[in-house]
Design a protein around this ligand. Structure first.
Ligand code: ADP
Ligand code: MG
Length: 857
């Protein structure tokens, strides 16, 4: 904290002010010297407090994004922050994890780890539990170990933590542990540049003013102090910090709404997003899946009754008389699907929940309704699982090698029906098998195809189930070799209703000029039915494109159809990258969601990579710019909305702060231009410093809390490279600033002409400037005019105005204030005139703006 505080003194302005204080002290102006010193203290105090607040906000956000690990403690699996792991802990390892510690592998299913970062080996390394006898084995050959920061590309397993933190292999390579410095958002960089530019312009003006003062023969000390105060007024030293605060305050509010921006730059891009590419399952839909329909390869349809994850319900024949007891292919299908699923339904806090993938959960529940429960099959039924090939979105299937009670082996498989169909060589028709040579084969195939179509057009997610007998010499084969020539038995239709709030969110996007595109591994017809339901497909020309069609397009073709594609179906994660690129080449600002390892490149490439907070892997979270804590599409839309609002508020804040700066500088400039033989300046140096405190201080900051504009989600997104000061903002700052400065100078001149003392006239100029600024806040806070905005909607702003106004009055009406600032108490009717005149100016300017719609004001 001390270091942070002391760092506030590393500011050129503090040096300039310090020189002023020293010179004043040496020339016997002790009051000025002390006052400047106090102002330095206040200034550094404020900027310290601001930076501390911003830092705390960032830390809290970082904490939320910190990696987690699933660990066995007190005989129960629980999620804990990865940094709390200790050697000896047993952790679960899943596809997509970034390992949180060095571990000895205790269990491995298809476990492969990308160790490129550590060993330079680019191919994933397969891990096993086998003992390694040799000593001094190179890291890359330690197959029964896995190392911190490496990435699990496939499979699952268990590991015992052997080392954490700096004791890990990667910890030994110390520089790899160094955190990458937080990158500044493009806007922050632009702000820094702007601050530099203004610094140069400001110093130029100061030099000019000092030159003119010198020419007029002003006392050197006055020139120096005025120059110093002016540079303080002209240089917006506080801008970068305040920008940072407004952004952090914004991202804290976003996090409360479940959107965790990992980098402040994300907020800026959010405001200009033009297309949101979103996963369907779980993001647009509820992920509360349930099998409601079934089809078996004897050409029979079934309805499945029951509610939720309760394993109670029946298979009711649909349009035929068959009963489940006699439906051997359906029963076989349910048995097989129970065996190749990993999900479990467990009771948590009195509610049944699925552990594992919701799709599998639905299948597991359906199988249980027919009496097939994996745990029972394994313990009492004599079945044994030899090897598992978990589901991945590229293969679109999951399988397991099963040993039956009588010692035979078969491959149990379930997956996307059209994919399985291309690899099927037979169908189970009642108790016989119809292979390709059979006359029934074509019939069974046609029946299966039309069943897929039928389920899909009902917006059902479809899963086909099959098996394949294995001989003993096939047991060691890998999934690519095993997963073909299936015998299909049945097909299941799963409902996954859309989230209720999604339809509204998509409608909002549409009005805000943001397109929503659905990306899914699901069947085209299923996706289309849902997309129509929730308003993603709105017109006949909105297309559905499948992964296979995508593969046949080159990048140029893809780019040309992209604007009219509403749904990409049956795509693999690899397609996502191409889709993002195509959108970006079309000058879109694209957001893309993802959860798996393979989504990482697309997440990185997207302008806003959105990683799923619940289902997302560490790799995805690591690559995304934003983490969606509730996996909900409407949260992305809320974030876009907030991104726009934060950006708006920054513009409002900038307008207020910079207008004040222009006004302060121009009062002095006008005075110099009109300067006769008398060299009385309208503001004393300390007054300038005070005005500066007020203008960059609380009221401007309160603009960061402005409620949103009415048309926030009705206007088009900001262009990618639209300048910050677009839409006349820059011009407005200059004209309004000059007007405020002119009023202040004219009031000063009038007071002098009417025979008042210099101190009295200066106090007039001072208060005009203060009040004009406070009035101006009411116009700065809207992009329309103050006439259209209820003045009481931002209580922070009102509070800040009251506080700043009364503090400024105390500068004028207390003897301490008068002593330090050289002010004089004004007659109350004069104060009344000042308040009204400064208000009248603002109302007049806004009236002109309202009537002429000019961008000048
Ligand atoms: P999305 O997440 O977009 O719905 P997925 O890649 O998860 O797409 O699923 C694509 C298809 O793969 C699904 O339509 C379904 O047929 C099949 N599928 C999904 N999950 C599983 C699973 N656990 N086991 C077998 N097949 C699955
Ligand atoms: Mg999925």
């Amino acid at each position: 904290m001390w270091i942070l505080y002391l760092e506030q003194y590393k500011n050129p302005l503090v040096f300039i002010l310090a020189i002023g204080a020293i010179v004043s002290a040496m020339t016997g102006h002790m009051v000025d010297a002390i006052a400047i010193a106090v102002i330095i203290l206040i200034n550094t105090g404020i900027s310290f407090w601001q930076e501390r607040k911003a830092q705390k906000g960032m830390e809290a956000l970082k904490e939320m994004a910190a990696p987690q690990a699933e660990v066995l403690r007190d005989s129960a699996w629980m999620m804990i922050p990865a940094k709390e792991l200790v050697p000896g802990d047993i952790i679960k390892i899943n596809t997509g994890d970034i390992l949180p510690a060095d571990v000895r592998i205790l269990e491995a299913h298809q476990l492969a780890v990308d160790e490129a970062a550590l060993t330079g080996e680019s191919e994933p390394v397969t891990k096993s539990v086998d003992t390694i006898i040799e000593k001094d084995v190179a890291l890359g050959d330690q197959k029964n170990m896995a190392f911190m920061t490496t990435m699990v590309t496939t499979g699952t397993g268990l590991g015992a933590v052997t080392a954490t933190g700096m004791q890990t292999e990667v910890g030994h390579i110390a520089e790899m542990m160094n955190q990458t410095p937080p990158t500044k958002s493009p806007m922050q960089v632009r702000m820094d540049n702007l601050a530099h530019l203004l610094l140069i312009v400001g110093l130029g003006i100061v030099a000019l003013v000092c030159g003119v003062g010198f020419y007029h023969g002003m006392p050197l000390l006055d020139i120096l102090n005025t120059g110093i105060s002016l540079s303080v007024a002209a240089i917006p030293e506080g801008l970068p910090t305040v920008v940072m605060i407004v952004l952090t305050m914004g991202s804290t509010r976003m996090a409360q709404n479940n959107a965790l921006a990992k980098q402040l730059s994300a907020i800026e891009s959010l405001g200009s997003v033009t297309v949101i590419c979103s996963d369907k399952t779980g993001t647009l839909t509820q992920n509360q899946m349930q099998v409601v329909k079934a089809y078996d390869t004897t050409n029979h349809f079934w309805n499945v009754t029951g509610k939720g994850f309760e394993p109670k319900g029946e298979f009711v024949a649909d349009g035929h008389e068959n009963r489940l007891e006699y439906a051997s292919s359906l029963k076989q299908g349910l048995l097989v699907s129970a065996l190749c699923s990993d999900a479990k339904v467990v009771e948590q806090e009195g509610k049944l929940v699925v552990q594992g993938s919701p799709t599998e959960g639905a299948i597991v529940v359906a199988a249980a309704k027919a009496g097939f429960v994996k745990d029972n099959l394994l313990s009492d039924g004599g079945y044994q699982i030899i090897k598992k090939f978990p589901f991945d979105s590229t293969r679109k299937m999951a399988s397991a090698i099963v040993k039956t009670p009588n010692g035979d082996h078969f491959l149990a498989v379930k997956g996307a029906p059209d994919v399985l169909l291309t690899k099927a060589s037979s169908f189970q028709t009642s108790s016989t098998i119809a292979d390709m040579t059979s006359s029934q084969f074509d019939n069974a195939k046609d029946g299966f195809e039309s069943a897929i179509e039928r389920f899909a057009t009902q917006a059902l997610r479809t899963i086909a189930v099959g098996f394949k007998p294995l001989s003993a010499n096939q047991l060691d084969l890998e999934s690519n070799d095993l997963e073909q020539d299936f015998c299909l038995t049945s097909l299941f239709g799963i409902i996954d209703p859309p989230r209720p709030e999604v339809k509204d969110a998509i409608e909002q996007c549409y009005r805000a000029g943001v397109r929503t595109v659905m990306i899914t591994g699901d069947h085209a017809a299923t996706a289309e039915a849902i997309a129509k339901d929730i308003g993603i497909i709105r017109r006949p020309e909105h297309k559905v494109v499948t992964g296979t069609q995508l593969d046949h397009m080159d990048d140029r073709q893809l780019r040309s159809i992209c604007p009219s594609v509403a749904v990409f179906a049956r795509v693999t994660p690899e397609h996502k990258l191409r889709i993002v690129q195509a959108q970006q080449e079309n000058q879109e600002v694209a957001s893309m969601t993802g959860d798996g390892v393979n989504d990482a490149p697309a997440l990185k490439r997207a302008d806003i990579g959105v990683a799923m907070g619940i289902t997302g892997t560490s790799v995805a979270k690591d690559s995304g710019d934003m983490i969606l804590l509730d996996d909900n599409f409407s949260t992305i839309v809320k974030a876009v909305r907030q991104g726009r609002q934060i950006f708006d508020n920054l513009r409002k804040f900038m307008r207020q702060a910079l207008t004040a700066n222009v006004a302060e500088v121009s009062v002095i400039l006008f005075a110099f231009l009109a300067m006769g033989p008398e060299t009385i300046l309208p503001l004393t140096p300390l007054m300038i410093l005070w005005v500066n405190l007020v203008s960059d201080g609380l009221p401007a900051l309160a603009l960061g809390m402005e409620p949103e504009e009415d048309d926030l989600m009705e206007r088009k997104p900001r262009k990618r490279n639209e300048p910050f000061f677009s839409d006349g903002l820059g011009l407005r700052i200059v004209t309004r600033g000059l007007a405020l400065g002119a009023l202040s100078y004219l009031s000063f001149a009038m007071a002098l002409n009417n025979g008042y003392s210099a101190e009295y006239a200066q106090t007039v100029a001072f208060l005009v400037l203060i009040f004009a600024q406070l009035w101006h806040l009411f116009d700065s806070r809207t992009f329309t005019t103050l006439y259209r905005k209820n003045p009481f909607t931002n209580k922070y702003l009102l509070g800040a105005i009251v506080l700043s106004g009364s503090l400024s009055l105390s500068v004028v009406y207390t003897s301490l204030g008068q002593f330090v600032f050289g002010t004089e108490a004004l007659a109350l009717n004069h104060l009344g005139y000042i308040v009204m005149a400064s208000g009248a100016l603002i109302f007049l300017l806004s009236a002109v703006k309202e009537l002429t719609k000019t961008k000048l004001l």
